[in-house]
Design a protein around this ligand. Sequence first.
Ligand SMILES: O=c1nc2n(C[C@H](O)[C@H](O)[C@H](O)CO)c3cc(O)ccc3cc-2c(=O)[nH]1
Ligand SMILES: C[C@H]1O[C@@H](n2cnc3c(N)ncnc32)[C@H](O)[C@@H]1O
Ligand code: SF4
Length: 332
Amino acid sequence: MNVSDCQSDSQIITYSPAYTLVPTYECFNRCSYCNFRAEPGSSPWLSLEDAENQLRLLQSQGVCEILILSGEVHPRSSRRKAWFQRIYDLCDLALSLGFLPHTNVGPLSWEEMAALKQVNVSMGLMLEQLTPELLKTVHCYAPSKIPEVRLQQLQWAGELGIPFTTGLLFGIGETEQDWWESLNAIAQIHGEYGHIQEVILQPYSEGTTEIFHSQSFGINQLLKVIRKARQILPKDITVQIPPNLVDTVDQLPQRSSALLACLEAGARDLGGISPKDEVNPDYPHPHSYRLRDVIEPAGWTLVARLPVYPKYDSWLPARLRQVVKRWRIGDR
Ligand SMILES: O=c1nc2n(C[C@H](O)[C@H](O)[C@H](O)CO)c3cc(O)ccc3cc-2c(=O)[nH]1
Ligand SMILES: C[C@H]1O[C@@H](n2cnc3c(N)ncnc32)[C@H](O)[C@@H]1O
Ligand code: SF4
């Protein structure tokens, strides 16, 4: 089966069989909704040896995407160079073992982003929300979340020709008007460069180790967002929702109505399904076979995808194109 470039009118739902590597949990930002970060200096970095051991165990398990997700070292810190080098080396390692890396480690300098293009089939950064009001609240101690900085990252990715995943986080104190402005900003940037593969609509989900402790974003509001996103975003951008965050109460297939409602509203991708959701460790991912049991009786077809869409293969450096080609042949 072929996943066409435009999924929005089809019955096909995709997901990416993924595994997450965390270079470090330490982060100089303090987003108050974060259940991931550790204090700078308190958390050892992932060594290449440990990463290689983890990756070798995955080689026979159908995992394709390696998501490199990290806490951040300040751009002007003397440790920044070593931090960046470790991320680069982890990507290079994953690639050399035949996996497809996708890096999401916060804002990068132009040079850092250009270097990572050589070892990533796609990259990601959530816009979160565009309104600067959040800098007074949840992002008060998070300079990486300055909206202009994040918008510029999307712009740079476009200029560098990097297939990109972005998204919004809902339920962190923004208004409804803010939602539509953020979505319009993504649509506009995609209009310039055509590089946005997917937009993740991520409902804030309360965890056990954060400082924010607010009510998780509700399903009815999320459905409203998905419907409107489908109107605002160009058709060639896929709307992604994380199934573990919308389907938290339903354990039995026949009760998984929230997920089906998201698909009816226009979501077509379920993102990276990995053994552990590092960002929301309190919400484990359902196995792909369970997802299939939930969505296929309702007429949808669940299909694994690569972290780069076919129409972007020609954007990739030769080494990456080679590895992607091997996966496409065995694909679906
Ligand atoms: O398992 C997760 N994967 C996350 N992913 C991975 C994502 O689900 C897919 O693997 C990507 O769409 C790549 O295909 C992210 C990727 C990004 O670029 C930005 C944010 C996220 C956030 C998550 C997340 O919270 N949990
Ligand atoms: C990697 C991405 O995960 C999202 N993120 C961070 N914390 C939470 C949470 N409690 N609930 C949902 N999403 C979260 C942010 O959007 C970040 O950019
Ligand atoms: S969400 Fe990302 S930037 Fe914010 S504190 Fe957590 S790890 Fe750091």
